[in-house]
Design a binder for this molecule. Structure first.
Ligand SMILES: [Zn+2]
Ligand SMILES: [Zn+2]
Length: 532
């Protein structure tokens, strides 16, 4: 009975944990690492054909995005997830396959022109469609006996529609242990979906730590601030353009806009039109509408029960085809346009920026975190002009920032979540930047006396006695900067050499002191040489 940390160990993305119990091997999440230009270099650190099951906490790509690759490498088992997660994975994994294929095609066109080597996409649409056949839709709160060794139960994690924390019961040679995987935990008070649920018993707990070092502060009333921006922009005859992630953030915006209309916050322009222009957003909105009973909070449910829909209102228009999308900027009535991607790196939002950025009466409103290097970040930092579709576009529109409701719990909420456990044997802190996860583990130790530790990639623990059985590489994976794929492959070679050294050190335990001292001297002189 063992757990091995395969992903999201000392980093935020690429969640993946491997558990062995009896003759069964399963994964909890199989996520993609995210960041600029790292997609084609991802690999699976597990033998896919030996995996019997996968449990998926939620549909975000950093938790589900490598499932098609797992299939391509031979996985044929069952994948357990909540019904809403299954629904969302259906659109998100296909969308991800589409992105892999079109990026590879774009890069290969350039490669052919410059005589460079072509790349193959990480996975294709067929892999995504095939792996989707393996999903088993589960209800929240029901114990599911998967096999003799393994039973599970999903609790709401309040982070995204369908998101879950998973209770896992393991049985081996008459010994039973319970492990709880937090998944990503929401902050509570999120529109539409329920607050995170607490669990109080476990032998082992894995907890995320994305914001383990931060306390959130939110605007007191997001709808009111949004109403002011809509009023200021539309009354000048301009459009309000909102870049937003298709799944989650777009539906939250619809919820707030419905409130603005319902509560008549803009009495003189109640009939304003709102366009959702992203096929994925439209599909995701449909999935929200399909999972009302299982996933909505009391407030959203009461709207539904009184015959309404919390993400629908008069004046809401959706566009799916490219022709419908083009029409939005053809006619001149001031309107709200919500489109993806949320950081303006791809998708139809770029067309809306091209048509609206140069107009001083328009506003571009950011409602989510913008990673350094993205067009969204560039605009927020006051760029005077940007390049879009080969054209230079002046930035005359107002650029506003209104961080909404975060998808992740802050430090206080995470501490509250972990504090509910009575006396776990060990707490593993995952899904946090290097430093953040270590500090958060220290806080848990100091505040609650739990044996908390932030594991590294490759670390392995015996779940029967709680002892570490394998030490992973103490190397934090860094994002690829610049340079060719060849140079990063050479770097990977160096990393593997480092891992080999570490395992040689582990095996040397018990050797004669004279040999150990010699080994240590040789390592030190090697490191001295390379650190000069
Ligand atoms: Zn997530
Ligand atoms: Zn995550």
């Amino acid at each position: 009975m063992k757990i091995r940390f395969v992903g999201a160990a000392h980093e935020v993305t690429g969640s993946c944990h491997l558990v062995e119990v009896g003759n069964i091997t399963f994964l909890v999440d199989c996520g993609m690492k995210q960041g600029p230009d790292i997609y084609e270099e991802q690999e699976l650190d597990v033998d896919a054909s030996k995996i019997d099951y996968v449990l998926v906490t939620h549909a975000h790509i950093d938790h589900s995005g490598l499932l098609p690759l797992l299939y391509a490498h031979g996985f044929r088992g069952e994948i357990f997830a909540t019904t809403a997660t299954c629904n969302l994975c259906d659109i998100m994994l296909k969308d991800s396959a589409h992105i892999q294929m079109s990026e590879a095609e774009w890069k290969n066109r350039r490669a052919r022109r410059s005589g460079k080597e072509e790349i193959t996409p990480l996975y294709n649409m067929e892999d995504a469609e095939n792996v989707l056949e393996h999903f088993v839709a589960c209800d929240y709160h029901k114990i599911i006996d998967i096999c003799d060794e393994l039973s599970i139960r999903f609790y709401d994690a309040g982070h995204l529609l369908g998101s879950s924390s998973i209770e896992v019961w393991l049985k081996e040679d008459g010994v039973k242990k319970k492990v709880v995987f937090s998944g990503d935990i929401g902050h509570g008070n999120k529109p539409l979906i329920r607050d995170p649920e607490f669990i109080d018993e476990a032998d082992y707990v894995l907890i995320e730590s994305t914001y383990g070092d931060r306390v959130h502060s939110f605007p007191s009333d997001f709808a009111k601030s949004l109403a002011e921006t809509i009023q200021n922009t539309l009354s000048k005859g301009g459009n309000l353009v909102i870049p937003a992630f298709s799944v989650g953030r777009t539906q939250e915006l619809l919820y707030f806009i419905r409130r603005i209309k319902e509560e008549r916050m803009l009495s003189d322009m109640q009939d304003f039109e709102v366009y959702v222009d992203s096929p994925l957003s439209v599909e995701a909105t449909n999935i929200f509408n399909m999972n009302v009973e299982d996933c909505y909070d009391d407030e959203a449910l009461s709207i539904v029960r009184s015959g309404g829909n919390p993400i629908k209102f008069d004046g809401l228009k959706v566009s799916v085809t490219p022709e419908e999308s083009k029409m939005i900027n053809m006619e001149s009535t001031p309107k709200v346009i919500i489109s993806a991607s949320g950081m303006c790196e791809a998708g139809r939002i770029r067309h809306h920026l091209k048509h609206n950025l140069w107009r001083s009466e328009c506003t571009i409103l950011f409602v989510g975190y913008q990673v350094v290097g993205t067009l969204g970040h560039t605009l927020l930092n006051g760029a005077k002009e940007v390049r879009l579709f080969g054209e230079t576009i002046n930035v005359n529109a107002r650029i506003e920032n209104m961080p909404g409701i975060s998808g992740h719990a802050d430090r206080n909420m995470l501490l509250e979540w972990i504090s509910k456990f009575k006396s776990p044997t060990k707490v593993f802190v995952v899904h946090g930047e290097d430093g953040v996860c270590d500090n958060f583990a220290m806080d848990i130790r100091n505040m609650y006396g739990f044996d908390a530790y932030a594991p590294y990639m490759g670390d392995e623990f015996d779940l029967i006695n709680g002892k570490q059985t394998r030490v992973g590489a103490r190397v934090v994976r860094t994002k690829k900067k610049t340079g060719s794929k060849a140079s990063s492959n050479v770097y990977a070679r160096l990393l593997s050499a480092g891992k080999r050294l570490l395992s040689a050190i582990e095996r040397s335990e018990g050797m004669a002191n004279k040999d150990l001292a010699k080994f240590a001297d040789q390592i030190n002189s090697l490191v001295d040489k390379w650190e000069k």
